[in-house]
Design a protein around this ligand. Structure first.
Ligand code: F0G
Length: 353
């Protein structure tokens, strides 16, 4: 029988008798061995596909915890700022418990699939003429003043739920990997994974800790630059963030683990985005590909240890952002006459090319 993360990892989570048994069956996502990419890079590469969660991103792990605790505390409404995935997840879990959900997103900078999810799950969607950082600052102020629960990752319950992904990686591999590569946006997820690995290590469930390699998008790489960016820009809208809320804990995760936080360009992200789909059969969203883009970049620089066991976290599902897929990849459907000959002609040309 499948269990959600609140039940499965209860002993590691702030679950009490009063906590609602909330689940949409989040977690238990696949860890794929990336055989073709491993051969190309000379490493033992795995992909933790968080796009297989109920709303299509890793956010469901933290959100099930945060929304359950909000309900337990008697809250009737939740609010978040979001580049899209957090809003989809908050809306779904709020719907399941009958809570009102308000989401504030940057107008024109959120993928279509994510927007349609939030709307369908019944959230009140407010698109501001501003970016994610401004949205977060506004919802922080509002939730301090009004009886609405903030469910961004500054809510500690979010981090608690999200750390369960690290537990799963260890269980699926039988040990912690040498390296955990992960996209960094608001920096909650890298914080959560590191907490999860440390907790499993303290319980002697793993014998070593991984190095944490975090990757920001270059146009939004505040941590790498060492200062907030007023107008972050990247094609990976999910991580278009200029002032990460969990900045300090992300830096601590990188330094305590002897890892680092680096950046990747939009071209590197798009190239990895295509490779993951074409070589491994996994369709992730652009921001997710930052983890693999980072490993490829490090490999080119000769900084990727040969044979290392590396897990790249693929944070969200590619179907969330069909626009980027169609606009940036040369896979436009070919329009041909409706005949067998026309199709065969195409197949022969392909063979010859
Ligand atoms: N990948 C995806 C697909 C995301 O949606 C996010 C964050 C990240 C990576 C970065 O994770 O913020 O924990 O460092 N999305 C947030 C949102 C900001 O609103 O959905 P992080």
């Amino acid at each position: 029988m499948r269990r959600g993360i609140l039940e499965k990892y209860r002993q590691f989570l702030p679950v009490t008798e009063q906590t609602p048994a909330l689940t949409l069956y989040e977690g238990e996502t696949p860890l794929y061995h990336a055989t073709r990419l491993s051969a190309e890079l000379g490493v033992n590469l795995h992909l933790k596909f968080e796009g297989a969660n109920p709303t299509g991103s890793f956010k469901d792990r933290g959100m099930v915890m945060a929304i359950a605790k909000a309900k337990e505390a008697g809250s009737q409404a939740v609010m978040c700022a979001s580049t899209g995935n957090t809003s989809a997840s908050a809306a779904a879990y709020a719907a399941k418990l009958g809570l009102q959900c308000y989401v504030v997103v940057p107008h024109n900078h959120i993928a279509l699939g994510k927007l349609s999810q939030a709307v369908m799950y019944g959230a009140k969607v407010l698109a501001i003429e501003g970016n994610f950082d401004q949205a977060l600052s506004l919802v922080r102020k509002i939730t301090e003043e009004y009886p609405i629960t903030l469910v961004n990752s500054v809510n500690p319950y979010r981090i608690e739920g999200q750390k369960t992904a690290a537990f799963e990686v260890c269980e699926q591999l039988g040990e912690a990997p040498d390296i955990l590569a992960i996209p960094v946006g608001n920096a909650g997820n890298i914080t959560a994974y590191w907490k999860g690995f440390k907790e499993y290590s303290q319980e002697n469930r793993i014998q070593r800790l991984p190095k944490m390699w975090g990757f920001e998008a270059e146009g939004a790489a505040a941590i790498v630059r060492g200062e907030p960016i007023d107008q972050p820009e990247t094609i990976a809208t999910a991580i278009r963030i200029g002032n990460p809320a969990s900045w300090k804990t992300a830096v601590a995760a990188a330094s305590e683990s002897n890892g680092f936080i680096d950046s990747v360009t939009d071209d590197e992200i798009l190239s990895a985005y295509r490779k993951i789909a074409r070589m491994e059969g996994v369709f992730c969203e652009p921001a997710s590909a930052a983890s693999v883009a980072g490993v490829i970049k490090l490999h080119k620089q000769g900084r990727c240890p040969a044979g290392a066991t590396i897990v790249c976290v693929l944070t969200g599902n590619g179907l969330k952002d069909p626009t980027t897929a169609l606009e940036t990849v040369d896979v436009q459907p070919e329009v041909i006459p409706c005949s067998k000959e026309a199709i065969l002609q195409f197949v022969k040309e392909e063979k010859g090319s």
